[in-house]
Design a protein around this ligand. Structure first.
Ligand code: C2E
Ligand code: MG
Ligand code: MG
Length: 746
């Protein structure tokens, strides 16, 4: 609508007709009288008659036209009244305003209200849409027809969308002479359009339309994808600036044949150009549409950068170890396979496992463990240089693949690796000593396929572990059959527990001065039906890994306690029995209860049960301290096993209810070989005594060591020098003869 009024055209037409009619009468009258003046009566009569006929005819015609007009007017009015359209017409010359009754339906106000206040239409416009008026005014003042869309608020508060087409008529001086406005209610259309528009606008995917090589429309997501500030930066631009020509050609020429690959054919993956020229991975699909009356292509697409990145990561993770950045097991296997297929001669597979890593990981936490592994990875790379591929298998296991090296050269690499670990690794200002055990298999002698070579290197690695760790071993045929031991072990161990294949051996702990047995350590053995006796070194860590240690450890506790009680019942002088307890067992919530129950069941006096725990549990939380205290309260004694190999300090032990420490065999060994280490043992003994712990030396093999220990105040020893771990009967015999006087163990 417009404020400047409207015209009632039919009135104008009638006025014009009347003016013409008046002119005609004037002219006919003057003609008639001039003839009369000159002339004949006859002519006069005939002319009068002709004129009469003419006038009558004319009047009849006039009457018909006026009636028709009246009818048309009525019909038009009824049409307008029934339409959901309102017309507002203002003849500004005569200031005649005409509003069709449709306005009432549209606005909810009566026609009278509009006639009374011809600015009412403006007042009901939604405040947010007032800006439309200014744009509208500008167009109209130029004499252009303007279509505006705005919301109005009805008297009942209802909001409707109105499309208003204003048609101005200007005179030569540019003044409004006439104004007509046609108004529609487009609420329904607007709402559904709005829904679609917001779907398109808000879509996280790019949606764009292009025709004749230029971009016609692009949504927000599209702007973002191409890094444009707003759609206007892109609209009108050649689509070829954004999408490569070959893709556009493909879109143009594609055959939209419907087959099973139809979906795939619709999507293209390519690199699109952003406005700054940067290329990004995108995926798009295109389909022809009719847009603003012409054929266009609508494209839908999305940024693939993240997905590509994820794909890369997944690929990376499939072939690389995320922690160390080293190739992983898949990669090394791939390489090994390729090399074998290639017929590469002289392939060596080094299977490397870190000694004692598990302890560090358990006690210092995974973070320290991870940092340590990173250092290990770089040391390994250092040692191997460019002679091979270093990979991490998982945990503390690494596989190194060496190509084209002779056995001697492989040895050199293995030596270099060991050399790399002679210095401790400092992590978070603590120094850790980790060493590797390395097993080596060589193609084609030790295997011709990837599986066998790795399995054999693994087997050789176990041999290295058995041979004191921190060394390398080549696979030999004698090792054959040991390989799948780990898996076999796990299954076998379960069976062993169920079928009673476990048994205990006992090793005496001896008073160095008197030679009297003052304790025994229970050491588990696995009596394998085919393989014979298997030592705990081979299955304890596996039992720990799998959790089997919990039932296994419980069995040992029961058995040892019952046995000790049985010896006492047989008249042996009562001595404590030492049982090894794994960290994993201690962490069990019910551990204290288990011990308590066993003591009750076996009726063993708690002071004759000694629990050996490794130093590694020491750093573990307050919870461990509490467990130890509870155990102490039961009346059992506590010993720290393998003392010196863990990472706790003596001062830490001070706060724990510990009774004794067992100096690790490695220190005891060095008494003879290195004067230095002897000093270490001495220090440990002194400090232990200061803290009022009993001190036991483990792995005593030589008389010399006994002398040194005694000279330095350590009065208890355990080791082959006195006795190897013994089966039940042998131990029992010793115990039955156990007296200070006999001193059989010296
Ligand atoms: P450990 O508790 O330090 O036990 C001492 C180990 O050193 C025993 O090995 C023993 O046979 C060996 N040994 C003793 N004296 C000498 C010696 O003079 N020279 C040498 N070369 N070795 C000596 P074993 O019985 O093979 O046990 C190895 C480890 O297995 C034990 O070390 C202990 O940590 C673990 N273990 C044994 N039985 C159990 C058990 O029932 N439960 C748990 N959790 N661990 C156990
Ligand atoms: Mg022990
Ligand atoms: Mg020990």
């Amino acid at each position: 609508m417009g404020s400047d009024g409207k015209i009632y055209k039919n009135n104008v037409i009638l006025i014009i007709i009347f003016i013409l009619f008046a002119e005609l009468i004037d002219w006919v009258t003057s003609f008639y009288f001039s003839i009369k003046e000159v002339n004949s009566y006859l002519i006069d009569i005939s002319v009068t008659l002709i004129f009469m006929v003419f006038v009558i005819g004319l009047f009849r015609g006039m009457k018909n036209t006026a009636d028709e007009l009246q009818d048309n007017k009525k019909r038009l009015k009824s049409i307008f009244d029934t339409l959901d359209v309102a017309i507002w017409s203002h003849d500004l010359k005569t200031n005649t305003l005409l509003i069709t009754s449709g306005i009432e339906k549209l606005y909810g106000y009566s026609s009278e209200e509009f006639y009374k206040d011809n600015t009412l239409w403006k007042k009901v416009i939604h405040p947010e849409d007032h800006h439309v008026l200014a744009e509208r005014e500008t167009g109209l003042s130029r004499g252009e027809a303007v279509t505006s869309v705005y919301r109005i608020i009805r008297p009942n508060g209802e909001v409707r969308w109105i499309q208003d087409r204003g048609i101005p008529v200007l005179d030569d001086n540019g003044n409004f002479v006439d104004f007509t406005s046609v108004l529609f209610d487009i609420t329904n259309r607007q709402e559904s359009e709005g829904r679609y528009r917001s779907l398109v606008e808000m879509s996280p995917d790019l949606i764009a339309v292009y025709s004749r090589g230029k971009l016609d429309y692009i949504n927000e997501a599209g702007c973002k994808l191409f890094k444009a500030e707003n759609p206007n930066d892109l609209i009108g631009k050649p689509i070829a600036d954004l999408i490569p020509a070959e893709v556009l050609a493909h879109i143009k020429n594609r055959e939209l044949t419907i087959d099973e690959n139809f979906e795939e054919k619709l999507w293209f993956e390519f690199k699109a150009s952003q406005v700054d020229g940067k290329e990004i991975d995108v995926e798009m699909s295109a389909m022809p549409i009719l847009y603003e009356g012409r054929m266009a292509e609508q494209i839908v697409g999305r940024d693939l950068t993240q997905r590509k990145k994820a794909e890369k990561t997944i690929k990376y993770m499939a072939y690389y170890d995320v922690l160390t950045g080293l190739p992983n097991r898949n990669m090394v296997r791939k390489h090994l396979n390729a090399a074998l297929k290639n017929g590469d001669q002289e392939l060596a597979v080094l299977f490397l496992d870190l000694d004692r890593f598990k302890i560090i990981n358990d006690t210092k936490g995974h973070r320290v463990g991870d940092l340590l592994l990173k250092v290990v990875a770089s040391r390994l790379k250092n040692a191997v240089r460019d002679t091979g591929l270093v990979s991490r298998q998982g945990g503390d296991e690494f596989i190194i693949l060496l190509k084209g090296l002779s056995k001697e050269e492989v040895i050199e690499v293995a030596e270099r690796i060991l050399g790399e670990f002679s210095d401790g690794i400092v992590v978070e200002s603590q120094e850790f000593f980790v060493t590797p055990s390395i097993g080596i298999s060589m193609a084609p002698y030790d295997g011709q396929d990837e599986e066998t070579l790795i399995k054999h290197a693994d087997t050789a690695m176990y041999l290295a572990k058995e041979r004191g760790k921190n060394n390398y071993q080549f696979y030999t045929d004698q090792l054959h059959g040991l390989s799948s031991r780990k898996m076999e072990l796990e299954n076998g161990l379960r069976k062993a527990l169920e079928q009673g294949q476990l048994m205990l051996h006992y090793q005496p702990q001896v008073n160095l001065e008197t030679g009297k047995i003052i304790g025994v350590e229970a050491l588990v053995r696995w009596q394998h039906p085919e393989k014979g006796i298997i030592s705990p070194g081979e299955f304890i860590s596996l039992a720990e890994e799998t959790g089997l240690i919990v039932p296994l450890g419980k069995w040992v506790l029961e058995k040892a306690s019952a046995q000790n009680k049985a010896w006492q019942d047989k008249g042996c002088s009562p001595i404590p029995i030492s049982v090894n307890i794994s960290v994993r067992q201690l962490q069990e919530d019910r551990f204290v209860d288990t011990v308590k129950q066993i003591l009750a069941d076996t009726r063993l006096d708690p002071r004759y049960l000694d629990l050996e725990i490794t130093e590694s549990v020491m750093q573990n939380s307050e919870k461990t301290a509490m467990t130890l205290t509870q155990l102490k309260e039961l009346g059992v004694t506590l010993a720290i096993d393998d003392f010196g190999t863990g990472y706790s300090s003596l001062s830490l032990l001070k706060h724990l209810p510990i009774d004794k420490i067992k100096i690790d065999k490695s220190f005891v060994d060095d008494i003879i070989h290195h004067a230095n280490q002897g000093a270490m043992v001495k220090t440990i003994i002194d400090m232990g005594h200061n803290l009022q712990f009993d001190v036991i030396a483990e792995g005593v093999e030589e008389q010399e060591q006994v002398a040194f220990l005694m000279a330095n105040g350590c009065m208890i020893g355990q080791g082959y020098h006195f006795s190897r771990p013994l089966p039940l009967e042998a131990m029992e015999n010793l115990l039955l003869n156990n007296s200070e006087h006999k001193g059989i163990l010296r």
